[in-house]
Design a binder for this molecule. Structure first.
Ligand code: C2E
Ligand code: MG
Ligand code: MG
Length: 747
């Protein structure tokens, strides 16, 4: 008796001389004898399917689950569940995706044998198929049917469950592997469910400790999962689907919870009602060692193994090249934060399947090589066209792809760009349209690698470069980048020590009256005298100090030094001179920043009225309310606040009056366009009018020539800074300047 249920693209066959239930009833439910052999056929030929079916029915001693997928997509998805022992693949239908499947079969899955069928088994094709792990290559024609059966027999004898072979240890191991999963068979008519000994053992129970009731299963589920499993079962029964698959935590006898996946196939009566579901339960911990639980993609560990073997292969055979593509989603945190973690998880699952799909199409789709000017595809394959790929999830929103047999770095970039493009269209997540572009980095084996961490590091560096370029980019690593990263690391190390090595100093740039050039105050500008290295501008090292969390101590040092310096000049000259100190946006949002400014003023005894703090528009972006509150408190103490580089940020002009400000500093980029023949002064005029309306002071920055100075004066600007008047200079030079000025205007 055989149960055959047409299940869309899937057939469920209880083959063998005994059905599973008969085996159970005969008391032969040992783990070995009831484990069904799971066979997957991907192809379109109904005849082949019938041969397989007949073979299973007549010739095998064991129940067989034979799944027939006539759609490649579905077949591949089925294959990737890794739950089959024997694969039969029609190369003429599946094409070169076959190689990918063979690869997957040889990695941590249950597959023991894969038979490939093709009408024209050419030598070259045969070689690559066998290389990839095919067990047999057969002609898929009627005439070849005996061969197929013979071959299945061979496989059967070699790997499967005959009594004589039980002595053989290696075979026993395979058998144990096949029987790793627990079986269940649930009759919806009677409500009885049979669990195999293995099913019970997976939960730590003996055969006689669990009886045939569904509650033996459901009552052990983790409470949250129980609700989910029951509702998913409910909707499955109402649907026309044939395969029910679910994951859950279930209580082990030792009271711990174990992650399992169950997969059941429905058997329907003539009216389409589900009368029985038969399936198996898989312990996810075993798969979790090599696969990501959420996306089912290979994990980092498995990826590294494959990468190491690619590296070894490349060392043996320099013609074999490979590449790593590192992928990081651009706005994943935003999705998580705005739509919740459930949606974030869904997005990751969607991204994974899009990546897989995209790579799969690359295995077969032709692509253009501009140098060879030929449309190369698998049919006219040369070494470099062969692409095999493995996509893994590294954790969070990071993925990595290994491309094998990709001779040129440019070819790898073509694949990576395609991945990027495929990820850039919208995803549907819980009814929302979500866009999640990705930044990609590519490293190719042409840069000779001897270990996996080096190539991963380089792909990662290239990926960061993509982020810097503005995301949704794809960058190929080159050695220059590595030099830059090394330089940056050295810079970070040196910067960390700069304070203690006393390499930091302050220069001062005078702020002058435009009318007569008199020095009214200064801006303190940080300088780093980095030993044995070229000049590093503060615009370069300050953002690094911010990233490294050094800015608070650096800023404190600058403020104290500048205050002491101004005190000294006040004593030497007159006390109306002012000091402007730049404040980084990161400092502004430090919890005790206002107190630390106050403490420095107390320590140095400087009158707060002489101090100006310069902030930029971006300072208000992160934590506007906090920044505004802090600045208000400082203003109450008498300190003035200046908006630096005004006009280059994103301030909303209509809300400018809400910010605690005293002065706007017109950015150098606007002043630059003044003077000369094509003078443009519109923006400067507008800023001056705005400042007047809001009763704010104005300082023009970066005046470099007399034309600019004259034009600004005409527009009514009174205060300025710029090389035309004075460059930033060390304090001794300022002292001499002030002396000169005092000499001109004694008293
Ligand atoms: P900033 O605050 O806008 O400072 C003005 C910058 O323009 C200074 O560059 C100054 O040397 C330059 N400059 C002044 N007049 C002219 C001119 O006429 N022509 C040209 N081409 N440039 C002129 P510097 O010293 O390289 O500083 C760059 C930036 O680094 C500063 O821009 C400021 O944002 C930041 N910075 C400097 N010192 C500190 C500090 O102590 N703390 C913080 N947080 N940032 C600082
Ligand atoms: Mg400034
Ligand atoms: Mg500025």
């Amino acid at each position: 008796m055989n149960d055959v249920a047409r299940a869309g693209f899937t057939y469920w066959i209880m083959g063998g001389k005994n059905t599973m239930s008969e085996l159970w009833e005969e008391g032969r439910s040992t783990e070995i004898s009831v484990a069904p052999l799971r066979m997957l056929f991907i192809g379109e030929d109904q005849n082949v399917f019938q041969w397989l079916r007949t073979f299973c029915e007549k010739d095998l001693e064991q129940p067989v689950l034979l799944t027939f997928c006539d759609k490649v997509e579905l077949g591949v998805a089925e294959w990737e569940t890794g739950a089959y022992e024997i694969g039969v693949v029609d190369y003429d239908v599946v094409g070169d995706t076959c190689l990918q499947l063979l690869r997957e079969a040889s990695e941590g899955s249950h597959f023991r044998a894969v038979i490939v069928l093709t009408k024209e088994p050419q030598a070259e094709l045969a070689e690559s198929l066998f290389d990839a792990g095919a067990s047999e290559l057969l002609e898929g024609t009627e005439a070849q049917r005996p061969k197929l059966e013979h071959s299945l027999h061979g496989i059967w004898e070699k790997y499967c469950l005959t009594e004589e072979l039980k002595e053989n240890d290696a075979v026993m191991e395979n058998i144990a592997l096949g029987a790793k999963d627990g079986l269940w068979d649930w009759s919806l008519k009677t409500g009885d469910i049979k669990y195999s000994s293995r099913w019970k053992a997976m939960l730590g129970y003996r055969d006689d400790e669990i009886d045939g009731h569904i509650q033996e299963w459901f009552q052990r589920l983790f409470p949250e999962d129980a609700t989910f499993v029951e509702s998913s079962l409910g909707s499955f029964l109402e649907s026309t689907e044939d395969v029910w698959e679910t994951e859950y935590r279930i209580r082990h006898k030792n009271d711990s919870f174990v992650w399992m996946r169950s997969r059941g196939v429905a058997i329907r009566d003539t009216e389409g009602q589900v009368v029985r579901i038969s399936g198996w339960q898989m312990d996810l911990r075993e798969r979790a060692a090599t696969h990501d639980v959420l996306t089912h993609l290979p994990n980092r560990k498995l990826f590294l193994e494959r990468l190491e073997s690619a590296i070894a292969k490349n060392q043996r055979d320099p013609d074999f090249n490979y590449a790593v593509v590192y992928i990081d989603l651009d706005h994943f945190k935003m999705v998580n934060d705005s739509l919740g973690h459930g949606a974030g998880d869904m997005l990751l699952v969607e991204v994974s399947s899009r990546l897989k799909k995209s790579l799969r199409s690359f295995d077969t789709v032709a692509y253009m090589d501009p140098e060879r000017e030929a449309l190369a595809d698998w049919s006219g394959k040369t070494q470099s066209d062969v692409k095999e790929s493995l996509v893994a999830r590294f954790g969070g929103d990071e993925f990595a792809v290994l491309l094998e047999d990709v001779s040129l770095p440019r070819d790898a970039v073509v694949v990576a760009q395609r991945l990027r493009d495929d990820l850039s269209s919208a995803f549907e997540v819980e009814g929302h349209e979500v866009f999640s572009s990705a930044s990609l980095g590519v490293a190719h084996s042409k840069t000779k690698y001897t270990n996996s961490s080096d190539i991963l590091r380089d792909a990662d560096i290239a990926m960061y470069r993509s982020k810097e370029k503005g995301k949704s980019e794809c960058t190929l690593f080159d050695t220059q980048m590595h030099e830059e990263v090394k330089a940056r690391l050295a810079l970070e190390t040196d910067l960390r020590r700069a304070l203690e090595r006393e390499e930091l100093s302050l220069y001062y740039q005078p702020v002058v009256s435009m009318k007569n050039g008199a020095i009214l105050g200064f801006e303190a500008l940080l300088r780093w005298n980095r030993k044995q290295a070229s000049f590093v501008s503060p615009s370069e090292f300050i953002p690094i100090a911010e990233d490294m969390g050094l800015i608070a101590s650096m800023g404190g040092w600058v403020l104290e030094k500048a205050c002491r310096q101004l005190n000294a000049w006040h004593e030497m000259f007159h006390s109306s001179l002012t000091m402007s100190v730049n404040v980084s946006g990161r400092e502004l949002i430090q919890p005790n920043w206002v107190e630390s400014v106050e403490a420095i003023l107390t320590l140095t005894g400087l009158d707060p009225k002489s101090l100006r703090l310069e902030v930029t528009e971006s300072s208000f972006l992160e934590s506007k309310k906090f920044a505004v509150d802090s600045l208000n408190r400082l203003r109450l103490m008498g300190i003035q606040i200046q908006m630096d580089d005004f006009g280059t940020g994103y301030s909303s002009l209509s809300r400018l009056h809400l910010l605690p400000l005293d002065t706007l500093k017109i950015d150098r980029s606007f002043v630059q366009h003044m003077g000369g023949q094509k003078s443009r002064s519109g923006i400067v005029k507008a800023i001056l009018t705005l400042a007047q309306d809001l009763q704010l002071g104005v300082i023009a920055e970066g005046i470099e020539n007399s034309l600019q100075s004259e034009q600004l004066q005409e527009l009514g600007c009174r205060l300025a800074q710029g090389f035309f008047f004075h460059k930033p200079v060390p304090p001794e030079v300022i002292t001499s300047l002030l002396r000169l000025q005092a000499g001109k205007n004694p008293g």
